[in-house]
Ligand binder design. Structure first.
Ligand SMILES: Cc1ncc(COP(=O)(O)O)c(C=O)c1O
Length: 411
């Protein structure tokens, strides 16, 4: 049997998969497979960005109240109530002009931001651009899904250094016309995972301008937009609203949002994409085949969450307390500086993989080596290799304890 299959199928079923690096958590499991944490220490998992705060009770209540709808196939674009709740939240959060967002044409609920970020590349990457293989640009380090999406859509991923020197965001002025002409899609993340840097108005305006000039889709991943420390990060939609344009005010732009972080509900799989109606229409067509639609009870629970800001305020206060605990343990060590948003520490420990093994062995603290979120670019240092990413997702006591232990072990 195997011999027959070997003869029919090439060595790899899909040669695009061969270029795909293993997912960061697969690599982490391999790195730590032979490391046994010291006895009598409760493991503290700070590798995954999975909020551990109790999800709001309204989720259960709404799912229960809508249980008669589990038997129905989900609509591709969610429900009018959900799209209205999202439009209302976008208006409150970003002070958007009334009428900027058309709830029916500009919004697509998604079963998690990840799904939408991934599928987008299939929808918008052409076979060639400017006569060459299209490029998909992303920050380096980056959320792993961007690379997988670009590669599996047949594009060349291009990694743009996002280091302390560039303010932890890609330097847009360093991009030459040759690259921009063949660029089909640019992923930006603000506040960024892993470094927590938020783009300002001028930066986002420049990115939108480039997208329009060179005809690519700008995908701004804002899934940490509600987890901020001192001031709410500006959003790409509000920047677009204030820009002059000769077509649609949201042309070439999509933003991505999630309830996973905002409402500590990663298991609900609920987010949305909003922006350029032409791109949303193409995206909806792709999804009408994959039908990664959102079940109707989940649409109802999601609408209830987007309609409520009080639980988000409480959530944010918890993260703030945890950053304060981390800061008093770190005292500025490992190049720490307070991020604009998100819930990660991005610490320069010299050798991220070695530190990760040591923390697991000596403190049962599980973190992620920065190198698993970055790619080496020829002629440049790997921007993640010296770092670890520490997710402040556990309760404040666990975070305070783990940060104190981290300092003892690595200092
Ligand atoms: C930068 C970034 N984008 C998107 C996501 C995916 O979020 P969701 O749970 O909505 O799929 C994550 C999750 O960790 C993330 O860190």
């Amino acid at each position: 049997m195997t011999a027959i299959f070997d003869a029919i199928l090439p060595a790899s079923v899909n040669d695009r998969l061969e270029r795909l690096t293993d997912y960061p958590f697969t690599r982490l499991a391999r790195l730590l497979a032979d490391v046994t944490p010291s006895a009598n220490v409760q493991p503290r998992v700070m590798s995954v960005g999975e909020p551990q705060h109790p999800p709001p009770a309204v989720i259960d209540e709404t799912l229960h109240a809508n249980r008669h709808l589990w038997g129905k196939y989900p609509p591709v674009n969610g429900t009018p109530e959900l799209r209205a709740a999202i439009t209302g939240w976008l208006g409150r959060r970003y002070g958007l002009p009334v009428g900027l967002i058309d709830a029916d044409r500009d919004i697509l609920p998604a079963t998690g931001t990840r799904e939408a970020l991934f599928l987008l590349a299939l929808a918008v990457v052409p076979r060639s651009k400017a006569g060459r293989t299209p490029a998909v640009l992303m920050p380096n380090p980056f959320y792993a899904v961007y690379e997988g999406a670009g590669l599996l859509a047949g594009a060349d991923p291009v990694f743009l250094p996002a280091t302390r020197e560039t303010g932890f965001l890609p330097d847009l002025d360093a991009l030459g016309p040759e690259l921009l002409e063949r660029t089909a899609l640019v992923y930006l993340c603000s506040p960024s995972n892993p470094q927590g840097a938020a783009a300002d108005r001028a930066y986002l305006a420049r990115a939108i301008g480039l997208a329009r000039r060179y005809g690519f889709v700008l995908a701004v991943d804002e899934c940490y937009a509600e987890i901020w420390l001192d001031r709410p990060p500006v959003g790409a939609l509000e920047v677009a609203a204030a820009l002059p344009h000769d077509g649609h005010p949201l042309a070439n732009l999509l933003v991505f949002h999630s309830l996973s972080k905002r409402s500590s509900a990663a298991g609900l799989r609920s987010g949305f994409v909003a922006g350029d109606p032409a791109v949303i229409a193409t995206f909806s067509r792709v999804r009408s085949y994959s039908l990664t639609g959102m079940p109707l009870p989940v649409c109802a629970a999601s609408a209830a969450l987007w309609n409520d800001d009080a639980h988000v305020e409480e959530n944010r206060a918890l993260y703030r307390a945890k950053f304060e605990a981390a800061e008093s343990a770190l005292q500025g060590r490992f190049g720490y500086s307070r991020p604009d948003g998100g819930f990660f520490l991005w610490l320069d420990v010299g050798d991220g993989e070695a530190a990760t093994r040591k923390l697991w062995a000596e403190g049962a603290i599980r973190v992620l080596p920065g190198a698993y979120l970055s790619r080496p670019v020829p002629g440049e240092p790997d921007p993640g290799a010296a770092f670890i990413r520490v997710a402040l997702v556990q309760d404040p006591e666990t975070v305070a304890d783990a940060c104190a232990a981290l300092v003892r072990i690595l200092d």
